[in-house]
Design a protein around this ligand. Structure first.
Ligand code: C5P
Length: 286
């Protein structure tokens, strides 16, 4: 089979709400997600005859089944009964890793979509998303992409009107956060604030960028350890100071993003944040 190349876009959480813990240990979520142009580049070669391997321009990523892209390929084989005769997946990472931007999930989703196209398996998007569920909670959304409401574990998806065109600055602070640990923190507190998800849905429907940006909110910011919470808040304030209409943390962090209707302000914010944080990018809606 020929070598395939696919883009895997980063996602941002415009809202993230945790509704409660479930009996299966996961949590019921309600979140509005959107894709941005920032993307990894996936190159996929099948028929290599030597098992499934992944490699990346970042040496610390897993190369076997623990790599979500490799896991997606194996799940695709199981679901469709097709044997691809070994495969090599090469990941050119641009999305920061463990950042709350769904990089690994998006890589997995890009592999699923590429395999579905090139093998002629012909799974529908909902079927492909269901294959992705076994790989990770954010993979079904990444299969769909665009702007969507994700509920349940993250797999109950409703496509939404796109985020109005804007420039986005993303900045990953230099600390990492354990996702299971943050969920444990959420279980141990009574959340005082929740995002206005319904207002967010209405603002998207109306194409109202200001209304969307004003409602960016993520409950995980409230349970960060105090020092990290202060750092996230400082980045958010810097973004707003340079003209972001709204800003917040994505996923379980630590990436903070700002939505701008003024590209010059966004560029100033990128430059200033880039002096402290290597993983700072200017991107846009897709
Ligand atoms: O599904 P995924 O492997 O991405 O989830 C990582 C971790 O995040 C889970 O082990 C769980 O602790 C937490 N999680 C959760 N509820 C969700 C999604 C993730 O508790 N809906």
């Amino acid at each position: 089979m020929p070598t395939l190349t696919a883009l895997a876009h980063a996602k941002l959480n415009l809202t993230l709400d945790v509704l409660g813990r479930r009996s299966d240990g996961y949590h019921d979520l309600r979140m509005v997600m959107t894709s941005v142009a920032l993307a990894d580049v996936i190159t996929l070669e099948t028929g290599t005859g030597d098992g499934v391997q992944a490699s990346a321009n970042l040496g610390f990523l897993p190369t076997g089944e623990k790599n979500l892209a490799a896991s997606a390929l194996l799940r695709f084989q199981e679901a469709t009964g097709r044997d691809l005769g070994g495969a090599h997946i090469s990941l050119e990472k641009h999305i920061p890793v463990c950042a709350g931007m769904g990089g690994g999930s998006s890589d997995a989703a890009a592999v699923l979509r590429a395999l579905n196209d090139c093998t002629g398996a012909g799974l529908s998007l909902p079927e492909l998303a269901r294959v992705g569920e076994a790989v990770g909670s954010d993979v079904p959304y990444c299969v769909l992409g665009g702007t969507a409401l994700a509920e349940g574990r993250g797999e109950v998806l409703t496509p939404l009107a796109p985020l109005p065109r804007c420039t986005v600055v993303v900045c990953k602070p230099n600390f990492s956060i354990s996702t299971p640990e943050l969920f444990r923190q959420i279980d141990s507190v009574r959340l005082r604030h929740h995002p206005d998800t319904d207002g967010m849905l209405a603002a998207l429907e109306a194409g109202d960028l200001g209304g969307v940006a004003r409602r960016v909110y993520n409950v995980f910011e409230d349970v960060l350890p105090p020092r990290l919470r202060a750092e996230v808040a400082a980045i958010r304030q810097l973004l707003v100071g340079h003209g972001a209409l709204g800003a917040g943390m994505s996923g379980t962090g630590p990436t903070v993003f700002g939505l701008f209707d003024c590209a010059a302000g966004a560029e100033r914010a990128r430059r200033e944040l880039g002096e402290t944080y290597r993983d700072t990018f200017l991107t846009e809606t897709v």
